[in-house]
Design a protein around this ligand. Structure first.
Ligand code: FUC
Length: 707
């Protein structure tokens, strides 16, 4: 899987291995999970994400292929394999269609009757495959009662097809098209115990419909759908030298660790957006530790939803990189799990109130969760507040009041009410989260910076939400007064932003998590403008944490975003290039956790890098927008179009010789807009749909037009 080409339609995923004699397509679907509602914390009972199956295409004699090439075209979300045998060129094209809800493979050749071989469809849980006509099928059920089914239609042009057992044999065909559909009985619904209808009728209909379409129509619809999302952002970070460009991606990746390949950095940015469109679309499940790609029934960390960094990082770029609707699966899954989390939290001694009573509202989360209400590992306090940040950000960027009113606000309020009950007063009248833990670094009795900053963020977002909806003024005032009493992280004896209430940070500690800096990014408690002393302390902490030692692929992404918020473009850029190192990313540019043995693929770093690069180019704190806040010297000239800013704006920028040359700001829902570039600033009042164009010195070019 570390070399395969990944495709996906937000629900189904494919890994194209690209063999010549044997082509293998591993396929998955986000809802194929073992496990149940167990919340005991024993991760072994939580179940794990499962591999669905494989398609194997056997092409005798094709091991003699020459001029072999494979690629993944991010502009059309299609993967390709091509090679030559004698004078015949063989070409395969693969995509995962969101509109048709199927995976498609299309095998063509430069001469007629060139394809002779066989195809098998394999269940990764060993159920028998059956063949009826040109339809290959398997179905089964996991021990938790989740039923699954896969169907593959084999469409040939010319030649003959025959069946022997579970193998479909083809000879002298001009071309072959495979239409693969999958489904499970899982539903994201606590009230139904997560079990819905059997998938048979749905999968049959999807495969029937797609098989009745021409290949070119299927591809056309897929590309149009994909581009409606992908084409919203264009990025140009400058040109790579021709000799580097001539190399394949795996060779460029090795060199790019030392910089000098802006087009590969640009590709890494867009790859994060590609992977997001491929693994999290409305109606499906959110991205797990491996996105939706999985080649094992026993994947690392169960390929679950980790709450102390990973699931949150997966969604860091979603709003700024203009893929807002891709966040909806996160909200759908969290909403469907909350009834289980609420019961578990309120019953657990960990959350007993000082009075000895149980909390009566709210929920918190253990370090990981599954898709059926189960949780594993330790409680990680305030991860409820962290998840709520995504709900708030969805509104902050889109201005979607209906979402805020019906989905975000009730949960933000409930989470405030939970911490309102749980916070403990210290002897000097401050409020702290008791018995906290700074992921994954260590505990303290009263007040980790991680916990305090997340509660500050929650309270601040709640205040803004209740203001935006003009509701609950009395509770808003109470939360504002609680926020004023929260213990604020301190600056320690070597100038660092302390991780714990005790001044005990080790300046030589290179731990992979940067939990104490969550108020810098992804939070907003500390900013260069608003709290320069805290920002300076955060930078001291960062510089000591370094880029060595116990550092995972996602650490670089987080460090990149942190340095960007500190306006340190060169250090942020260094983190981006570290991602290319052999221990941090796979040949196919999937993130790789090189700090575990053996190293394992993990997707969060991919999304985190896209978020970090976005933060280098545009930052927004409510309606205050910073243009090119952390431009590194490695990208002297370039442009970006289509990044989103909080407050409801879309930003385009161009720069030359390290300086901003032009800016376009479009209001989607925003009105008051304050922009800053270095020591210049400008403020506008726009109406939704209006565009303002500015020069690099932020002077208007005189154009205020409508979208
Ligand atoms: C957290 C991280 C690890 C890994 C795991 C899945 O525990 O600290 O590095 O990413 O999640």
């Amino acid at each position: 899987m570390n070399e395969a080409l990944p495709i996906g339609n937000g629900r189904m995923a494919g890994l194209i291995l690209g063999g010549t004699l044997n082509e293998q397509i591993i396929f998955d679907e986000g809802s194929l999970w073992t496990g149940d509602k167990n919340v005991s914390g024993d991760y072994r009972t939580m179940g794990s994400y499962q591999k669905f199956g494989e398609v194997n295409i056997n092409l005798p004699g094709h091991d003699l292929a020459v001029d072999y090439r494979r690629d993944l075209d991010l502009s059309s979300a299609t993967a390709h394999v091509s090679y030559r045998l004698g004078t015949t060129t063989y070409t395969r094209e693969y995509f995962a269609s969101h509109p048709a809800q199927v995976l498609v493979a299309h095998l063509t050749a430069s001469r007629p009757a060139a394809y002779t071989g066989s195809i098998e469809l394999q269940d990764s849980h060993n159920e028998k495959t059956s063949i009826s006509g040109h339809r290959v099928t398997f179905s089964g059920a996991l021990s938790n009662g989740i039923s699954y089914e896969a169907q593959m239609q084999v469409i040939v042009d010319g030649g003959q097809v025959s069946t022997t057992g579970d193998t479909l044999t083809f000879s002298h065909c001009n071309s072959i098209t495979l239409i693969l559909g999958t489904g499970t009985s899982y539903v994201m619904d606590y009230a139904r115990n997560y079990h819905g209808d059997l998938p048979h009728a749905r999968v049959t209909q999807q495969v029937d419909r797609a098989s009745a379409e021409s290949y070119s129509q299927l591809k056309h619809d897929h590309v149009a759908d994909y581009r409606s999302l992908f084409d919203r952002v264009h990025l140009d970070l400058g040109a790579t030298s021709a000799d580097r460009l001539a190399l394949p991606t795996d060779a460029r990746k090795i060199l790019a660790e030392n910089g000098g390949d802006p087009q590969l950095e640009q590709l890494l940015y867009q790859y994060g957006r590609y992977l997001m469109i491929a693994c999290t679309r409305p109606g499906g499940l959110p991205s797990n530790l491996q996105g939706t790609w999985n080649d094992s029934n026993n994947p690392p960390w169960d390929s679950d939803y980790h709450t102390d960094l990973n699931i949150e990082m997966d969604y860091w770029p979603v709003e700024v990189a203009n893929l807002s609707e891709c966040a909806l699966p996160l909200f759908d899954l969290v909403d469907s799990q909350i009834p289980s989390w609420r019961t578990a939290t309120q019953a657990d001694p960990e959350y007993k109130l000082a009075s000895g009573e149980r909390p009566t509202v709210g929920f918190d989360m253990r370090a990981s969760f599954n898709i059926t209400g189960g949780m594993g590992w330790l409680w990680i306090k305030t991860t409820d507040a962290w998840i709520m940040q995504s709900y708030w950000e969805h509104y902050a960027f889109t201005g979607d009041k209906e979402f805020l009113r019906t989905r975000a606000y009730p949960l933000l309020k409930e989470t405030c009410e939970f911490w309102d009950q749980e916070l403990k007063p210290t002897s000097d009248g401050k409020l702290v989260v008791p018995n906290g833990w700074s992921p994954e670094h260590g505990p303290t009795e009263d007040g980790t910076s991680f916990n305090q900053e997340l509660v500050w963020d929650l309270f601040t977002n709640y205040i803004a939400a209740s203001n935006a909806l003009d509701v609950d003024p009395a509770y808003r005032a109470r939360i504002a007064s609680l926020r004023d009493k929260l213990l604020t992280p301190k600056i320690g004896h070597w100038g660092q932003l302390q991780e714990w209430v005790e001044d005990k940070d080790d300046p030589n500690d290179h731990h992979r998590h940067t939990s104490n800096l969550i108020g810098v990014y992804p939070g907003h408690e500390f900013t260069s403008q608003g709290t320069p002393a805290m920002m300076q302390a955060a930078k001291v902490s960062m510089l000591h944490r370094g880029s060595i030692g116990d550092v995972a692929e996602w650490s670089f992404a987080w460090r990149g975003a942190l340095f960007a918020r500190m306006h340190d473009g060169d250090n942020a850029h260094l983190q981006v290039t570290h991602f290319f190192a052999e221990r941090n990313s796979c040949v196919n540019l999937f993130g790789l956790l090189g700090d575990v043995s053996p190293p394992v693929m993990q997707i969060d770093g991919n999304f985190g890098i896209t978020a970090a690069i976005s933060e280098m180019l545009v930052q927004s704190h409510n309606d205050d927008i910073e243009l090119l806040p952390a431009l590194p010297t490695a990208w002297p000239t370039g442009s970006v179009e289509g990044l989103r800013a909080r407050g409801g704006f879309i930003i385009d920028e161009s720069w030359k010789n390290g300086a901003l040359t032009s800016v376009t700001i479009r209001s989607t829902t925003g009105t008051r807009c304050a922009v800053r570039y270095k020591n210049r600033s400008a403020t506008f009042t726009l109406t939704p749909g209006q565009i303002v164009r500015l020069t690099g010195s932020l002077g208007p070019t005189g154009v205020l037009s409508s979208l």
